[in-house]
Write a protein that binds this ligand. Structure first.
Ligand code: ADP
Length: 270
């Protein structure tokens, strides 16, 4: 006992405790081109309930296109996205496309956090967080507001609830954007380079919130350039290059791979 090689540097509960075996979301044989530019082909990705997956790789390798394809912000040419093993997005060329019902409710299961925050500039912090639940009738005004306040408190932004986005730092805006995504109670959180547009001094506060979410058992897919974060917080790291998955494994497996693969090591450069 005690010598089972557990990663003592991490205070995450073990993956076995947190992660369910059923995929929360799965892309089957995804293909996407922009005109003549084939971004990826025959790409498979399955992320289990409770799993935290970081996608890293050089720019232009298709990471953002992939994550946007998972929630329909980009239209796939081929492939099917399953949510809890139910098909909910089909590529344009899939026969299934015609028979899939409009999956609006399923779409709401996916929370998205963008590089550029995308808050509504004319709404307060609280207004930004309550907008989605109000629009989708997720409860009474009072219930929605109190739930939004609880979430704002979780991301450390309750004191700013009456401010407008332009009165906040980038890091604060991004924490509100995370709160806004959480307010819809999504089953999967997608992050597209959430810290790339931030001043260096506010990156940490956003990463800390994301690490807390990861520890609480959230299913998360994160496109990021923050290697240290990816290695410390993820259950799995995927390295993409030229539309292909070059590496897919645990942070420890990646660390070992770095000793063998000079190119990968050069990219990750910790
Ligand atoms: P990454 O996120 O890894 O930097 P992207 O998914 O942004 O990669 O881009 C992959 C490829 O797709 C690049 O060649 C990029 O120029 C192209 N691309 C991405 N979005 C569009 C778009 N809306 N229209 C045309 N080409 C695009």
């Amino acid at each position: 006992a005690g010598a089972d090689g557990a990663d003592s540097a991490s205070d995450l509960p073990s993956i076995v405790e947190r992660v369910d075996s059923q995929p929360a979301i799965r892309l089957d044989r995804g293909g996407k081109s922009f005109g003549d530019n084939s971004v990826f082909n025959n790409l498979n990705l399955a992320v289990r309930q409770g799993e935290v997956v970081s996608i890293i790789g050089p720019s232009g390798s298709g990471k953002t296109t992939l994550i946007r394809s998972l929630n329909g912000l980009e239209t796939l040419d081929q492939g099917i996205v399953y949510l809890k093993e139910k098909p909910f997005i089909a590529g344009r060329e899939e026969q299934l496309g015609r028979t899939l019902p409009k999956a609006k409710n399923e779409m709401l299961e996916l929370g998205m956090v963008f590089q550029s925050f995308n808050l509504f500039p004319h709404k307060t912090v609280l207004g930004n967080v309550t907008l989605g639940p109000r629009y989708h009738n997720r409860g009474s005004v009072g219930e929605i507001r109190s739930s939004a306040r609880a979430i704002l408190s979780q991301v450390g932004m309750l004191a700013h609830e009456n401010k407008y986005p332009h009165q906040l730092s980038g890091g604060q805006q991004q924490r509100v954007a995370i709160a806004r995504a959480l307010a819809m109670k999504p089953s999967v959180l997608l992050f597209d380079e959430p810290t790339s547009a931030l001043d260096p001094e506010t990156v940490g506060e956003v990463l800390r919130i994301m690490a807390d979410l990861a520890k609480s058992g959230r299913t998360m897919i994160i496109v990021t350039h923050e290697m240290k974060f990816a290695l410390e917080v993820s259950d799995r790291v995927i390295f993409m290059e030229g539309g292909k998955v070059i590496f897919d494994g645990s942070p420890n497996a990646l660390r070992e791979e770095l000793l063998r693969d000079v190119r990968l090591a050069d990219f990750v450069r910790l």
